[in-house]
Design a protein around this ligand. Sequence first.
Ligand SMILES: Cc1ncc(COP(=O)(O)O)c(C=O)c1O
Length: 367
Amino acid sequence: MEVKVWSYLKEYETNKEEIIKAITDVLESGVLILGEKGRELERQYSKYIGTKYAVGCDNGTNAIVLALRALGVGEGDEVITVSNTAIPTVSAIVTTGAIPVFVDINPRTYLMDVTKLEAAITPKTKCIVPVHIFGQCVDMDPLFEVAKKHNLFVLEDVAQAQGAEYKGKKAGSMGNISTTSFYPTKILGTYGDGGMVNMNSKELHDKMKRLRFYGAETTYYAQEQGYNSRLDEIHASILLTKLPHIEEYINRRREIAAIYDRELADTSLILPFVEDYGKHAYYLYVIRHQKRDEIITKLKENNIFANISYPWPIHTMTGYQYLGYKEGDFPETEAAAKEILSLPMYPTLSNEEVMYVCEVIHKILNE
Ligand SMILES: Cc1ncc(COP(=O)(O)O)c(C=O)c1O
């Protein structure tokens, strides 16, 4: 048996007719960009997460860049986030001209340690970007307390946590603005690139619509300096076939997580820690062990493909040395990066495949 770390093929085979129809509908409609499919997806996705407005973008990275710009973040401003995130969270901050400032993570959840936030604030701080990593929400109440006290914006990065909840609220509905990614592996992913920005403020909505369309409200006339970051109709149409099933996808992810939890409970692995303030959407099932590299190699020998998200904290990467951080600055982030691995996790995995992964892990750990 081979268990891939992720694959869309089974999902595509099952829903082939619906997906091809979604694409054909667009091709036959005569509208490829900024049409009814995109607007309908914006309506349905905002309704799903509980915000008033949404603006579709071409990917999750540009969604962050433009959302920050909509908030007025720019040259020389400081934006606080974590080093344990996907590169785009940080590259997007840098693209606006702002300076990313990191805080360490909680070693149990791998999420931003909000008790460390206040110490990172300076007079230049303008925004906090909590990343709901691996499918679980950051502890938002204490984060908002700090944001309020220091008059800071909050941008939620929801790329890994569509459908996750914090105290009954959906990820992406709490900050001044939030962004997500529809990259294929995501909980709600398309067959290509896509992204979305959500907000409750009409002013931010109007600004975001201009920013993703060359700064224009009317074709050929720019009200402000903008960009091109439109979600195209084909991806919106594909996403419209998938959005109604998002809760099924999350429930299946939670079922798979429950099997891993049960079957791996009596091992030396550290399993995911789930905070009781919310609902984990299990974008990834991240486990931890000192012999991480050996486990990955042996899983591979048994045709099981695990992944590491992420093997290198951003502040240790060559591309980000200029920020001036050094090894040792964020000990929990650095320790986790050396020991974590993600097991295969996607709704079309069968119970047999999940059980096979558990069986092989037992064998490896008992050798
Ligand atoms: C936490 C996080 N933020 C941002 C992004 C960027 O999204 P995209 O790949 O659609 O640009 C991703 C996905 O790769 C991500 O995981």
